[in-house]
Design a binder for this molecule. Structure first.
Ligand SMILES: NC(=O)c1ccc[n+]([C@@H]2O[C@H](COP(=O)([O-])OP(=O)(O)OC[C@H]3O[C@@H](n4cnc5c(N)ncnc54)[C@H](OP(=O)(O)O)[C@@H]3O)[C@@H](O)[C@H]2O)c1
Length: 284
């Protein structure tokens, strides 16, 4: 039973990753992200999920230093952006992230999106950095089954983590099962649907039964499904409330009721629609 914020899941390579982390997508570089990270660390979070795209790695690094918590107790994830993908450029991207984050290793480094064969080259560089110990664990994000199968057929090290959109309206059951079968840890992004879970009547009804909020219910559902979760907030009271999920257990029948809300409904970008991704963020 997961009953404390300090609890971690063991990835297949033995590295331990906290079940709960703070997401910082859209947390502004500077005071906003720094205060969010400090507030999370004070609450007991030990894992922070950033990305080159978020343009706030420097603020995360600054706050981590200011927190006074030993580096070894923290778990820092960042992601390579599409335009940095490729073999040589990956070494440069990792160096840049390390400098911004003021650290000499990353706990987890992810390919943010699969962009075809170039992602295989990216991965080969990541395998080398993993062997050198600069990356303690390596993984992917937004990889569908076909992306994972193609990558795994061409490389030596299997991803330790796949971070993908996962919430009550999008559970991607086949992908979830595939990851489970292959020992790839699932990690949920947009876990609370940007707060929209608070507007789903069934979740309100169920949350009341447990004396919790719909947000807390859904974050607990992640943990009981064996999915690492990284809700984002820049507000200390929400950061605290989002971590208040370790003192109750959702009954099996209620877990299934939450599962039944799946509508295959994406709030974010579709990993199969690279054209849209490139239109939105530029073609690498
Ligand atoms: N790999 C990827 O492609 C990818 C894509 C998207 C996200 N992510 C990662 O996943 C993390 C989480 O996803 P997300 O940020 O998109 O969405 P989310 O965590 O589902 O929702 C965050 C939003 O909900 C609000 N919120 C937070 N706590 C709340 C609460 N208790 N009640 C009501 N509203 C609340 C936040 O506002 P305030 O900040 O104003 O509190 C923010 O607007 C990201 O930060 C990022 O690290 C990864």
């Amino acid at each position: 039973m997961i009953n404390h914020i300090s609890q971690k899941v063991r990835l297949y390579n033995g590295v331990e990753m906290p079940w709960l982390g703070l997401g910082v997508h859209k947390s502004k570089e500077g005071a906003e992200v720094e205060n969010a990270v400090l507030s999370a660390i004070e609450t007991g979070y030990r894992s922070i999920d950033t990305a080159t795209l978020y343009a706030n790695e420097s603020g995360v690094g600054k706050a981590v230093k200011a927190s006074g918590i030993a580096r070894g107790e923290l778990f820092i994830t960042t992601k390579i952006w599409n335009t940095d993908q490729g073999y040589e450029s990956t070494f440069r991207a990792v160096e840049t992230s390390l400098n911004k984050l003021q650290t000499d290793y990353l706990d987890l480094y992810l390919i943010h999106w699969s962009i075809g064969q170039r992602s295989v080259e990216t991965w080969k560089a990541m395998e080398e950095l993993y062997a050198q110990g600069k990356l303690r664990a390596i993984g992917v994000s937004n990889f569908l089954i076909s992306h994972l199968q193609s990558l795994m057929a061409q490389v030596t090290v299997k991803p330790m983590v796949n971070q993908y959109e996962f919430h009550p309206n999008l559970t991607q059951p086949a992908l979830y099962e595939f990851c489970r079968k292959h020992g790839i840890q699932s990690e949920a992004w947009r876990p609370i649907m940007k707060g929209l879970v608070n507007e789903i009547p069934l979740l309100n009804e169920m949350a009341a039964k447990y004396g919790k909020t719909p947000v807390q219910l859904v974050l607990r559902w992640d943990l009981q499904k064996g999915v690492v979760t990284i809700p984002k907030s820049v507000h200390p009271e929400r950061i605290r409330s989002n971590a208040d999920i370790f003192d109750f257990e959702i009954e099996e029948e209620d877990m299934k009721r939450i599962d039944s809300l799946d509508k295959n409904y994406r709030l974010g970008d579709d990993p199969n629609d690279l054209e849209n991704l490139f239109l939105k963020y530029g073609k690498p």
